[in-house]
Structure formats: structure tokens, C-alpha cells
Design a binder for this molecule. Sequence first.
Ligand code: B3K
Ligand code: ZN
Length: 870
Amino acid sequence: MVSSPKPTVKFRKDYQPSQYLIKHTDLIFQLFDSHVLVTAEIDIESNPNRKNPQELTPLVLDGDELELLEIYVNGSNLDSTQYEIVDNGLIVKQTAEKFTLKTLTKIYPQQNTSLEGLYQSNGKFCTQCEAEGFRKITYYIDRPEIMSEFKVRIEGNKNQYPQLLSNGNMLSSGDLDNGMHYVEWHDPFPKPCYLFALVAGDFDCLEDNFTTMSGRNVKLELFVDKGKLDQCRFAMDSLIKSMEWDEQKFGREYDLDLYMIVAVSDFNMGAMENKGLNIFNTRYVLANTQTATDSDFEGVERVIAHEYFHNWTGNRITCRDWFQLSLKEGLTVFRDQKFSEDMQSKAVQRIDQVKIIRAAQFAEDSGPMAHPIRPDSYIEMNNFYTVTVYNKGAEVIGMMHTLLGEEGFRKGMDLYFERHDGQAVTCEDFIKSMEDANNVDWTLFRHWYSQAGTPSVKVTLSKVASGQFKLHCQQSCPATPGQDVKKPFMIPIKVGLLSTRGKPIQFKANGATLASEALLVMTESEQTFILDCDEEEVIPSLLRDFSAPIKLEYKYTQAQLAQLFASDPNSFNRWDAGQTLMSEILLNDNEIIDEAALKIIADAVSAILHDENLDNALKALAVQLPSLNSLIGLSNNINMDQLINKHQQLKKYLAQSLEHVWFSAYNTTAGDNSGARWLRNIALSYLLRANEDQHFELAVSQQNHANNMTDEISALQVIALSSEKFKADYINRFYKKWAHEDLVLDKWFTAQVLNENDDVIEHIRELLNHEKFSIENPNKVRAVIGSFAGGNLTQFHNPTGAGYELLADIIIKLNSINPQIAGRLTTLFNQWKKFDVKRQALIKEQLFRIKSTDNLSNDVYEIVDKSLQM
Ligand code: B3K
Ligand code: ZN
């Protein structure tokens, strides 16, 4: 066994400004068939803000997997005594206030399977530098606060790579000898190297234009694989809408004359906001109704917007260090969420956002990787692109918005842009702008940045006098790794009141004016609010719109929840009441769900389906059970067998007892829109669950006649879930039709791994050998393994441990191929402490097996090690 040195932990408290700055960066890339030569000329200057300004230490540059060929300082060649190549970089012994360093390095992008730095995807060159990938391209100070002006020249074969792209504006281009050509780029905006991008390839390009609010013309270009132009229009329209929205909502205008987006098939995440040259996973660009589902379209619109919004929140104002990641990510997720709320249905969007928090973030917060939105330490930064930093980060910004209101929030944003444009700053700088613009003191609010864990608020309501109620709130937050005791959080709780018959009631909160809703702000561990109204009895509607990322505990009766589910005027809370009703029944100690509880839920679901005032998308959301993931996220001890049984029992009961209602929803829900399709497809899945033999043909017929991917894949999903003996024919038919569309095949793979029968694991092992599966393609790995372990909990938690073994096999294989994706997959074991001792033992066995892998990457090591320390 090769024992690797224990990786080093980086701490936020150890931050020191860089010794040196880089004013200009001049890069030349020469692209060859087996390698690339990189010439880097960088203008170094000592940093006046360094810790000891009297002292100058040698220049330390980051570098990873680089072959240094030549090195010069101020034009003279260095001899081997003047520099030293070390483990993770290069030390140049030169110390001067100002000098120019030139290096020539050789790299092998063709062999780079980590998809970090410069690599190839489908024969095209592309880059991914965030967080610390630039060091795989050339020696550099690879820290976000080093903002430099970049000039880039790319030379490559003209036939193979007619397009040679980098950030900023094109300066010049021309032909060279031997069929080569070159292009030169200049980005006038100083930027950190994580925003550098290079693309070289032969693409089709969709062009458009945008006139900014000050009347400047911006050329928009979308580069995709040859033959995919018919899948580009939606992404382009989304970009234009984002540009308009950011001008209207935040007064932010685009700054360069060119905005380029390139779509590649091999990409570790969704997309990357490189200045002027976004690089995207094809999944978030390519879409037409034949190939993409309604939810794919939403994803494209959201991610295009997200990367565009980064131009102001991330690129022009960036992070001082990686601990501040939520400064740009939480804020940009918040911005893309507001954009989606404006483009789509607000309530549906809010429900989707909260589902992510409950199913993924609460789980993270209660597991070994729990960290504050501004983490205190990390081994591998890539492991901290988490739902906590992103989505809880967005919730924290959302609370600021709730506390300040639209206008106050905008004032804070304006001040933030005014103060910090062109700088690399901290979360603290952001909070300060919000405080100063609104003249508030948020000392307490800062705990959201420093403390991990999900706070719980216990609420009780008691009658003080006729028409007067006391709402008592008590908060607590469980210990998380490294943080045993928590200080109270500032928690905005939006509240409404309903009469026992479900009518909204006007009330005064703590003597304020009469209203139908109030914002109660907790600042202490225990607090009481007085609510005055004209009723003798009320039902509280609490934490409306999920006004804080917390767990709210209130002892509702089932009848009260059913009442809220039927009539809360707040759409989010209406949905939420249904989820709470079902969650409580699924998570209580009863071995099975009793008839009375089943009936309450079925009646409530039936009422929802018959409600003529509710739109189809909200109906679709309301009639779905809370996911197993969100139920696991909610509790600390799970009886997995019991939970799975009850989940099945409830689904089956709803399917059978409401079979005629599903049948009519399937046949009479009209409309060529996403809400109608969604509801019809949920009805179809309930119908097959009610009686597979009888309704199988419905699914087959839908597969045959669908004129859009939403309906086609939904039919395939229920076919693949079924036990029908001829289902393989339909699965094969789909495959033959779509074998040429990579993204559609991902859906085909996923549909098959969700089957809950015992033979699924064996089937997945076969899929791993399928000619269209490639372990080097992250989308394929996510479609097969990610969807299985994250979405088929019944079989992932198969009591034999076969599901765990499958996941561990893939992690071990991927560890050397693509550590980032391997690390991501490892987190799927993080909840292990919540399960029964047998399952704990089985998972632990796999964690130990992973930990003893030769040459374990930092990515996987960090997660496994923390997990085993739980
Ligand atoms: N900033 C990138 C994520 C980079 C992830 C590096 N492991 C995409 C985004 O959040 O917009
Ligand atoms: Zn982002």
C-alpha cells in the first residue's frame, strides 16, 4: 500500500495577504496533438498590504503536474540555484519590489481526466480553473484575491480548431505556417485566475445581439457541437432575459462587447462563469421540446441566469479567499432564484428551493460535513461547493431581503457595488454594506455566517384572554463537528392566522397595526409574541414562505394540518401543511400507518385534486409524498425498513383508494403546458401503482404518441419502474430512437436505476459496461450512480449491503480518474450514523475500504475521514 502524506488543513483564521501581486499576465498557448506548451509572462509586484512590509520573502508559485522547460527573470535565464521545484509549486528565490517572470511549461491536457485545468472534451480543448485549477496550467499565485489583466495568444491547427477563444475582446488573428493559425485576446477587467478560460475547437455558433440600457451593443455567441444548433434558441433567449432582468432589478449592465457561452459534454458541474466566456455542461444549454423535459428547460434558464449574474456578483466583485465562497455563490443563487420566481410561478419556485434545503442541506448540516456558510477550514476546496454554501447561503441572503424589504435590500446592494467594484472582498464586507445602507446593527445576524447546524424553533400558542394569544418561541441548535455550543440566531418568522374553519384572520402582533400577516423576529433563545384578534380559537400558519432555514416544531393536530392543507391562503404553507401531515405519519413509531391516518391523507389529496382554484403545478407538488431524502434530513434515527414500508404503503393506498380520481386527472387535465403535463404524469405513475396490469398500456401508448420529452420520458420511467415482463422491449425501443442524443441517454440510464426490485443492482453493473456508458463522463456517472445512490434509497439501502458496495466500487475507481466526482459521490454515505446498527456496520466497512485505497485523493480522503470520525 502506498501511504500518502496526510493532507494539510487550511484554516480561515490563518489568512494572510499575498506577499506579491500580479499586475499583468501574458499567456501564449501552443496546442499540439499530444501536449500543449504554455508561455507565461507575469509582472510581479510586492504587495504593499502584506504582513511585514519591511521584509520581502522569495516568490512562491502554485503549480500542479507541470513540466518546467524554461524560466527567466527580467529576461535572464535562471540557473538551478535560483529557483526550486517543490511538491506543489515553484519557489523563485528572487526578491524585488518589481520584476517580470517568464516560464515555459509543458502540459498534457489530452491525458487529463480530472476535468480541472486544461483538458479535452470530444476533441475540443476547454478549461475549468475554479477553485484551484489554474495551477495545472502554469505556475502562478493561484488565489482569488490576485486580480490581474490578462492577454492571451492561442496557436493551433486551423482545421481541427477553427475557433480559438479566451476571455475579453478579440485583438487580432491570422494564419501561421503548417496549417496553424492564431488568435489574440485581451480582457480589460483585472480578474482572478480562476476566471480564466480557453476553448479551442470546431463548433456551430448561434449569434445574437443585446443592446444594454446605456445603448451599447453586445454580441452574444453560443458555441455547441456541430449539428446541435436546433437546441440552442432557448438558452440564448434565457441569456437575453437575464441581461434585461439584471438591468431592471439591480441596475447592473453588462460590461464587455462580447458574451460567449460554450457547451461541452464533459464537465464536473453545471457551468462556469469565466469572464466573457462561460463554459457550460451541455445539459444546461441544449434543449428543445423533443429532447428536453420541462424541468430541463427550467434548469437551462436558471443556470444561464446564474452564470450571467456572476458577472457582477463574483467577477467584478470577487472573493478575497475561498472561505468567502458564499459571498458570490449564496448571493448569486439568491439572484437566480428571484429571477426564476419572476419568470415562472413564484410559489412553485419557492417550494422547489425549500425541497433542496430540506432534502439535502438539512442532511449535510446534521452529518460529518456540517459547516457554516462561511467555512472555517478545508482540506480540498472543491469539497465546499455545497448546498450549505450555495443554497443555505442564498437563504441567508433571503432573510436579509425579508428583514430589509425590497427597497432596503436594493440600497444595500447598490452600496456594495459602489464600494467594492473591482475588489476581492469578504462576507463581512457584504454584511457591512447592508448594515450601513440601512442603518441597522446585525451583530447577531452574523451567527448565520459563523455557526453550522440547523436551528429548531419550538412554538406553542396559548390563549391569554378572549381574542388574545401568546406565541411562545424557543430556539436551539444541535452541536456540529467542532461547534458544541451555539449562540442564538436572528430568525425572521412570518406568521398568519386562520380560523378553525380555515378563514384568514386579521390580527395585531405585539401591538402593531392590524394585518393578515406579521414578521416576528427572534433575537433571543426564548421569546413571546402577543397576537390580538377577534377569534376565540385560531390555527397559526407559521414560517410562511419558509422565512428562515430552520426546522419549526408546532404540535398541530392532524385535523389542523388538514385544514391548513385545504385552505391556507399562502400557497407555500398550504403545500407545507400537507408535507408535515404526511411526514409526521411516516416518521412516527407506528410500524404501519393506521386506516384513520391513511384516510385523512387520501381525503386531503382528493380535495386538492378537485380544487378548481389551484393550478396544476401546485396540485402536482401537493399530491407528492415527502421524499425519503427529506424525511432522513428531518430526523436523527431512522428505522429504514419501517420507513420504506410505510412510504410504499402510503403511495399504494393513495394510488388504489383514489384510482378513479387519478384516472380522471390523467384523462381530463387539459393543456399543452408544463403544469398540466406534470399533473398528468403523476396521475399516470399513481395509476400504474394502483394496478400495473390494467394501466400498463396507458404508459405504452403515451410512449408511442408523445410529442415532447417530458411525456416520453415520464412514460419510460413508469415502464422501467414496473415489474412488467416485456418492459425491456420498451426500454430498448427508446434506446434505439435516442442512441444519438447523449443527454437523452442520460435520462434513459436514470430511468433504469430507479427500479426498486432486488435485481436492479445487477442490472446497474451491466449498465456500467454499456457501450454508451463512460466512467470518464460526469453526466453518465451522475445519471447511473448518483441517481441510484441518491434517488433509489430502497435499493441503495438494500439490507445485503450490495448497494453500498456498488457505490464504493465506483468511488474507488473514480478516485484516480476524477477525484472531484469521486469526492461528490462519497458524500452519499454521509448519513450513515442515522441508520440501524447493521446498516451502519455495512457502510462503515465500505468507508474503511475506500480509506485504504492507494493514492487516495484529498477530495475523497477529506470526506471519508470526517465521516468515520462521526
Ligand atoms: N463557480 C462555479 C463552480 C465551480 C466549482 C468548482 N469545483 C459555477 C457556479 O457556481 O456558478
Ligand atoms: Zn455560482
